[in-house]
Design a protein around this ligand. Structure first.
Ligand code: AMP
Ligand code: GLY
Length: 433
């Protein structure tokens, strides 16, 4: 079967790399892909959000299955356009319909869904400009810190956590005045959950689901979880506190009601759900849903799947996962993201990347995998093209030895103002519960 992966980041490189290992995979394409995917697949120019470009690529290359990496095309209704198109309706598609994508596209919709289906989450209320007085009242009933969330997509920046009531009221007004554009027209205010976070990934279909390896993400730019939020600076899988007992609660209390809820609400969901969870004293609460895999979690998670991912994706897209069994490697994965100095604020692009003999993941068995995130070819040279440049993953036993191995590898990558966090996995190494 010919396969098309949509997207261009480290997540898409990792998904492409895993699909490439399948015996069912014939020709493999990425739109637009990156220099990493170009080593293992054919990159096709265009934007994943451009339906006509995607359609042309699918028809020209006799694509049997489309796998969507990022959320934007899904929130814009790409799946619905496939279903409505006579030439595309029989092409298998991994990704939810537009209504399903609202689980990520609207925090208010996601919270309503959770309440309706009895899925544990923080108490909340939603407000608009017209109900700012009620919002103030609700805030004063809560204990600090205060959590404000812009309803719509805000490039990962739409969540504010504030220590004082005054600050919260001020920020609320700024959100209503357009701080996050239209995404902040509605604001969700919710109870602060104290605990430790874990990302759980599920491949969902009409019948059945598969739970992928869980991971922990490191979102802040600075060591010790300090400084600004980023797209993610590293990931570790498995996660020590997500033990059998905890994961059993996650499956019973969260995954099963989520999948059942999608069915009850008639939402056509055949794709990944990424559940951001808070472990509050051993009990899981949903912080957020995403309708895609996480980045950089995917660069860790994919390396721990021993079974045939493409077979799982085909089954999911056909509507029935009950015959599929996922096999997960006992080896752990640790991923560190190499960024361009200055990220997530201003940073330079177009910096030449040296050490390129290491920048390959073609060998599936290699203990070290380098996934490209923000790179491009320019005048025959590999250069940086984004804030997050490369995601390096090491597989092995025990976080200590993985940390040693990965930090040795990271030395080999050379570009101006290279930065990465040196503490990825350290908290789990020292985790006492
Ligand atoms: P989100 O964009 O929903 O993932 O939120 C960004 C981050 O804010 C999360 O990863 C959490 O660290 C934090 N967060 C969101 N909601 C809450 C909450 N109710 N309590 C505590 N932290 C939260
Ligand atoms: N790493 C978090 C995310 O992909 O949203």
């Amino acid at each position: 079967m010919n396969v098309l992966v949509l997207g261009s980041g480290g997540r898409e490189h990792a998904i492409t790399w895993k699909i490439k290992q399948s015996s069912q995979c014939e020709k493999l394409f990425c739109l637009p892909g990156n220099p990493g995917t170009a080593q293992i697949a054919t990159n096709v120019e265009g934007s994943a959000k451009d339906f006509e470009a995607v359609k042309k690529c699918v028809l020209e290359n006799n694509i049997g299955i489309v796998v969507v990496g990022p959320e934007d095309p899904l929130v814009s209704g790409l799946q619905d356009k496939f279903v409505a198109d006579n030439e595309l309706k029989d092409v298998l598609f991994v990704g939810p319909c537009q209504k399903g994508a609202m689980l990520e596209g609207s925090k208010d919709f996601a919270k309503e869904f959770m309440v309706k289906h009895n899925i544990p989450t923080a108490q909340y209320k939603s407000f608009t400009k017209d109900t700012v007085g009620e919002a103030d009242q609700f805030l004063s009933q809560l204990n600090p810190p205060y959590v404000l969330k812009a309803d719509g997509l805000a490039a990962g920046k739409g969540v504010l956590i504030l220590d004082s009531l005054e600050e919260a009221k001020k920020e609320l007004r700024e959100m209503f005045s357009g701080k996050f554009g239209n995404a902040g027209n509605t604001v969700v205010i919710e109870q602060f959950l104290k605990g430790i976070e874990v990302s759980v990934f599920v491949l969902v279909s009409n019948k059945g689901y598969l739970i992928l390896p869980e991971a922990k993400d490191y979102k802040r730019i600075g060591e010790g979880d300090t400084g600004l939020n980023t797209g993610g600076m590293g990931a570790v899988s498995p996660v020590v506190f997500a033990d059998k007992e905890f994961m059993a609660k996650v499956e019973e209390r969260i995954i099963k009601p989520t999948v059942a809820g999608l069915q009850k609400d008639n939402i056509d969901y055949k794709g990944f759900i990424f559940i951001g969870l808070m472990n509050c004293g051993g009990d899981p609460y949903v912080i957020e849903y995403n309708v895609r895999m996480g980045d950089p979690e995917t660069e860790a998670v994919m390396t721990r799947i021993d079974s045939d991912l493409l077979s799982h994706l085909v089954a999911a897209a056909k509507g029935d996962l009950t015959g599929e069994k996922i096999e997960i490697s006992p080896l752990g994965a640790l991923t560190v993201v190499c960024v361009s100095g200055g990220y997530p604020e201003e940073y330079a692009k177009g910096l030449e990347i040296g050490g390129s003999e290491y920048l390959s993941v073609n060998n599936a068995d290699s203990a070290v995998k380098v996934f490209h995130a923000g790179t491009k070819m320019q005048d025959g040279k590999l250069v940086t093209s984004g804030g997050r440049v490369l995601a390096v993953t090491v597989n092995g036993n025990g976080i200590e030895s993985q940390r040693e191995a990965i930090y040795a590898e990271l030395q080999k990558i050379v570009y101006e103002n290279k930065y990465y966090r040196r503490d990825i996995g350290l908290d789990l190494l020292n985790y006492k519960g």
